[in-house]
Write a protein that binds this ligand. Sequence first.
Ligand SMILES: [Zn+2]
Length: 59
Amino acid sequence: MDKKLLEILACPVCKGPLLYRKGEQELVCKADRLAFHIENDIPVMLANEARAIPAEEEI
Ligand SMILES: [Zn+2]
């Protein structure tokens, strides 16, 4: 994924920074414990489409 694009992206919920998980093709917000899926290099920045990260999963 484009690093410049990653830099301008923020969590739609808290506007905080996102962590790029290359293997999972996800953008993760640590504060909200949400993972936004990246489809064909395009991140799906919708809170209702995001995956909730369970407490036992390490971020
Ligand atoms: Zn957030």
